[in-house]
Design a protein around this ligand. Structure first.
Ligand code: AMP
Length: 211
C-alpha cells in the first residue's frame, strides 16, 4: 500500500506513520527526518538547508523531490511506503504523481491551539528519532528513550515563535493539497485531536486495515 500522511506539524503524522509502518511492514519515510540526517552528518546539502529548517521554512522542491525519488526507489519500498511530510506543496504532489500511484492520503486534523501545546511538550530521541510528549506520551524514564536508551531533545523548530510560522506555511502551502487529493477521491480526513489510540483506530479504519 502506498500512503501519504499530511497534517500540520505536530498533528501526529510521525507517530501514526510509525504504527501503520509496523502493522503493514512497509517503511515510513519522513522527509523532515531525512533532511535532519543531512544536517547531522554535515553534508554539503545539510549545510545548505540548515538555516531554512531552523527557521521552519520549506526546503526547495527540487531538493526534497530528489531525496524522495531516491528513497522510494529502494528495495524496501517494493511492497509500499508511507510518506510523512511529503508532498507539502502542490508542485511536489504533481511531481510525485508522475512517478507513482498513491492509494490513500490521510489528513490528520488537529486545531492550531492544540498543535501549539503539543509541540511545546514534544521530545525526540537524538539517536532513533522516537517521538514522545512530556504529558501525553512520556518515556518511562524522564528524558531517556524507551526504545534505545539515548537522550531526548527538543527540536530547534519546535520553539513557539517558529511553530507559529510553520503553522502559517502549513495552511498556505500544504493544506490546499486536501482539495487536490479530494478531487481524485484519495483523501481520508481523520480527527486527530483526541487520544493517540483513538486516532490510531481512525487512521486504520480510514485506510481499511484491521486492528
Ligand atoms: P517535519 O519533520 O516534517 O516537521 O519537517 C521539518 C522541516 O523539514 C520542515 O519545516 C521543512 O523545513 C523541511 N521539510 C520536510 N519535508 C519537506 C517538504 N516536503 N518540502 C519542503 N520542506 C520540507
Amino acid at each position: 500500500m502506498k500512503l501519504i500522511f499530511i497534517g500540520a506539524p505536530g498533528a501526529g503524522k510521525g507517530t501514526h506513520a510509525a504504527f501503520v509502518s509496523s502493522r503493514l511492514e512497509i517503511p515510513a519515510i519522513s522527509t523532515g527526518a531525512l533532511l535532519r540526517e543531512e544536517i547531522k552528518n554535515r553534508t554539503p546539502l545539510g549545510i545548505q538547508i540548515a538555516g531554512t529548517m531552523d527557521e521552519g521554512k520549506l526546503v526547495a522542491d527540487e531538493i526534497v523531490l530528489n531525496i524522495i525519488k531516491m528513497r522510494i526507489a529502494m528495495p524496501d519500498c517494493r511492497k509500499g511506503f508511507i510518506l510523512d511530510g511529503f508532498p507539502r506543496t502542490e508542485n511536489q504532489a504533481r511531481e510525485l504523481d508522475k512517478i507513482v500511484e498513491i492509494d490513500h492520503v490521510v489528513s490528520i486534523e488537529v486545531p492550531d491551539e492544540i498543535i501549539e501545546i503539543r509541540l511545546e511538550g514534544r521530545r525526540v530521541c537524538k539517536t532513533c528519532g522516537a517521538i514522545y510528549h512530556i504529558v501525553d506520551n512520556p518515556p518511562k524514564i524522564q528524558n531517556v528513550c524507551d526504545k534505545c536508551g539515548s537522550g531526548l531533545s527538543i527540536r530547534h523548530d519546535d520553539i513557539p515563535e517558529v511553530v507559529k510560522d510553520r503553522l502559517k506555511i502549513y495552511h498556505h502551502d500544504t493544506e490546499p493539497l486536501k482539495v487536490y487529493y479530494a478531487s481524485c477521491g484519495k483523501l481520508k480526513e481523520v480527527e486527530g485531536a483526541e487520544d493517540v489510540r483513538e486516532t490510531e483506530r481512525r487512521v486504520c479504519r480510514a485506510i481499511g486495515i484491521e486492528l
